[in-house]
Design a protein. Structure first.
Length: 536
């Protein structure tokens, strides 16, 4: 028995020695080559862009990770979710970083969208001071572009050992990514959605702000884009439709990047100029003759054009109430173009407002020097008449009209508009007498009451001050842009609202009902009747 045991132990030892010899001598070179060919790979962990939220903390835009494994060079997705750490533990699980926009079209032109860098941007450090990777997401318009470097986080890095066949061996270490900064807006996403739906696909804008702070609650432009199609659920067909729509121009933010004739919503500026320059006072009367003729040219009042009627003797309050063109022609004649321009600039026209969006334009307040340099012509009295009622070469943005409205509502204090909820208001006096502003407000108050021009707003309990505008497009057609700008309550304004409908007709017919529908819900007046124009 002992002899058998010794034979067994000797045989086992022989087998072990043979195996060791095989591994170390016969196959040693093979395994050494495998160890030598093992690699350590650096894998970027993309950082989540900062969340964008509204003034009440509602999420507007967020980063979403979609996890996948590669099988035969094909991505096989294993789910998605918000960024709460990384599911990179083990093997080759990776992820795509997407940007999701919760409110889609209603906030699309405000948020903007993200996209991959252009070839000229890859490896460049000019955008945010760090090299751009081909897989990075770059803000392409709106807030995403303006605050791109604030929203962009700091990417992490993962060190992974793989074998010669590329198979995962182990993770050696990692630096976790740092998410971008959260952007808290002054926008109220609920009211933005309400306003956008009221536009009902019409080409136009709705702007709602706080006069006493300049904070923007609503900045709606229609038609709009769904930014999700650029990243979250990319759809090249829809993107091409956006890019090729030369009629609707859905990628144009009309609130700040498009210019229009303002029509009669410009008249409060001319009224302020007349009162401050002492060429009129609140009791100055001018007769509405229905039409003024200069040589071969006629300058009509709207009531004369529509019905052959006149308003008789008119003071500044009635001129604003009735939007009387004859009064403002004569007032403009007394002022002259230079004084009108000075006060227009005081009210914010002709300059960018500085709102936190790319693509804002300054508009134009023309004068004699501009006309001679641009057109090679001198300034005529007829040009002053046109400017006095917001026509001619005057070009404004809807946000500028809203800023003017806020200055009146705020009794001569200009608070620059902002989209940031935590930003301190930048406010200053524009040097206008309280009596002047009070007189203008009275005219705007009467414009919203029986006898005024804004008939859809006659039935409100809350005290409203408003001004209608019907602006000729100036392209040879009879089309007009429809305007209404208003604030309420008069004594302690909570909000101002400016609505413009491109080629919408008259301000009282097209813009005023939208203002009325918004104010009805905002001030909780469910029984108030917002009169609508009779459909033809």
């Amino acid at each position: 028995m002992k002899v058998l045991l010794n034979i067994f132990l000797f045989a086992s030892f022989g087998i072990l020695i043979t195996g060791v010899m095989r591994l170390s001598v016969v196959r040693g070179a093979y395994y050494k080559s495998l160890a030598r060919d093992n690699k350590v790979l650096e894998t970027k962990i993309p950082a989540a862009r900062g969340e964008i939220v509204d003034r009440k903390g509602r999420t507007i835009a967020k980063s979403v990770y979609q996890y996948f494994k590669k099988v035969n060079d094909t991505k096989v997705f294993e789910g998605s979710g918000d960024f709460q750490g990384n599911k990179f533990e083990g093997k080759d699980l990776a992820m795509d970083l997407k940007r999701q926009y919760i409110y889609g079209e209603s906030l699309g032109l405000l948020t903007g969208y993200v996209g991959k860098p252009k070839s000229s941007e890859i490896d460049s450090s000019e955008i945010c001071g760090y090299k751009i990777d081909k897989n990075d997401l770059i803000g392409r318009s709106g807030l995403e572009e303006y605050f791109n470097c604030k929203l962009a986080g700091i990417d992490g890095m993962r060190l992974v050992e793989v074998d010669a066949m590329g198979n995962y061996v182990r993770e050696l270490g990692r630096n976790e990514p740092v998410s971008g900064e959260k952007l808290r807006l002054s926008i109220d996403a609920y009211w933005q959605d309400v306003a956008y739906k009221l536009l009902d696909k019409k080409k136009g804008v709705v702007i709602v702000t706080e006069p006493q702070t300049g904070k923007i609650l609503v900045l709606a432009s229609s038609p709009s884009i769904d930014p999700n199609v650029f990243s979250y659920e990319q759809d090249n067909r829809i993107i091409n439709e956006y890019l090729n729509d030369n009629e609707g121009l859905p990628m144009l933010n009309r609130t700040v990047a498009a210019k229009y004739h303002s029509g009669s919503v410009f008249k409060p500026v001319v009224a302020a100029a007349g009162l401050e320059e002492k060429v009129i006072d609140k009791n100055t009367l001018i007769e509405d003759t229905g039409v003024i003729k200069i040589g071969d040219y006629s300058f009509n009042n709207w009531l004369w054009t529509k019905k052959g009627g006149t308003d008789g003797m008119v003071d500044i309050v009635k001129a604003l109430q009735r939007s009387n063109d004859i009064y403002f022609y004569r007032l403009g004649e007394r002022l002259g173009v230079d004084r009108i321009k000075t006060w227009a600039l005081n009210f914010g026209y002709g300059n960018k407002t500085g709102v936190e969006l790319p693509g804002e334009i300054p508009g134009l307040v023309p004068d004699d020097k501009w006309k001679q340099q641009t057109k090679g012509e001198r300034w005529f009295l007829g040009n002053t008449y046109h400017l006095s009622i917001g026509q001619g070469d005057l070009a404004v943005t809807p946000l500028q009209v809203n800023l003017m409205t806020n200055i009146v509502a705020n009794r001569g204090i200009k608070c620059l508009p902002t989209l940031l909820n935590d930003k301190k208001s930048e406010c200053r006096k524009i040097g206008i007498e309280l009596e002047t502003v009070t007189t203008i407000i009275e005219g705007m108050r009467r414009a919203c009451q029986s006898g005024g021009t804004a008939y859809p707003l006659f039935n409100f309990k809350v005290a409203i001050a408003c001004k209608t505008g019907t602006a000729e497009v100036g392209d040879g057609s009879k089309d007009t842009h429809a305007w209404l700008t208003a604030f309420a309550p008069i004594d302690n304004p909570e909000i101002s609202i400016t609505v413009m409908i491109e080629r919408g007709g008259e301000g009282s017919d097209a813009a005023a009902p939208i203002v009325g529908d918004f104010l009805k819900e905002y001030f909780n007046e469910p029984e108030t009747v917002v009169v609508k124009p009779l459909t033809k």
